[in-house]
Design a protein around this ligand. Sequence first.
Ligand code: NAP
Length: 283
Amino acid sequence: MTAQLIDGNALSRQTREQVSQRVAALKAKGITPGLAVVLVGDNPASQVYVRNKVKACEDTGMHSVLEKYDATMTEADLLARVEALNNDPTIHGILVQLPLPTHMDAQKVIETISPAKDVDGFHVASAGALMVGQPGFWPCTPYGCMKMLESIGYNLRGKHAVVIGRSNIVGKPMALMLLQQNATVTICHSATPDLKAMTLQADVIVAAVGKRNVLTADMVKPGAVVLDVGMNRNDEGKLCGDVDFAGVKEVASYITPVPGGVGPMTITMLMVNTLEAAERLVA
Ligand code: NAP
């Protein structure tokens, strides 16, 4: 079997087109959705991410503000900036780019963002809402994965999903979203003794580890759907995922590539969350 690709670029374009239309409808009612992106320090990867997020806002007709601060900024000053953005009526979503400099408590900063503007979905109120099935902002990466499954018409009811990784921003929320769609979910992590024994049972595998070749063809049940969240560099310095793509695509029914898979969908879901934060004002 050669798996079909789930094309994150194509799905992103399609979803952003729908976002643009909803943005235009909201603007006609006098509201322009606005996203504030706050970057502290000069981490090169973070600089690329924030540029892409601001560009996505421009492309979909949203207002955006990029606030850049020196790595020496104090935590108190950052908290004050977040408070000011909480009170800014032109801003509907606030994103503080992680990682923050080590002298700052990232969780404290995130908890200062108003839950109504927490479009990254990292606030404990957002995590709690997902946990109990209440409306709230879903973290963009697992939310994008759910949209990718939806795009192939995949019905999770009764299926076994294995999530590799248990971070607060990917693995855990991913597992909760799959559970909400009636999958039976197994979460694996670095202390899982026999990962292969788990993944071989899976109808859906989400790899969110950050290590190349964590998932190889011999670990995948024929016909499984494989979503690759990982972002790593191969020996040639090229971007690659956690999955041995060449091998696994011969066994899986569907697979996401890296690049061009989950990555673009993450930013797209940030646009969706920001739009929805603004739409709630007129709901
Ligand atoms: P993280 O916080 O480092 O979490 C990694 C998880 O993988 C941990 O739960 C860890 O287990 C687990 N793990 C490590 N080695 C393992 C192994 N050998 N077998 C099974 N599990 C193992 O990373 P993250 O923030 O969730 O991100 C994961 C990957 O996704 C990274 O490559 C990141 O760059 C990428 N990412 C991509 C996007 C995107 O937009 N495409 C967005 C976010 C993240 P323990 O908990 O036991 O340590």
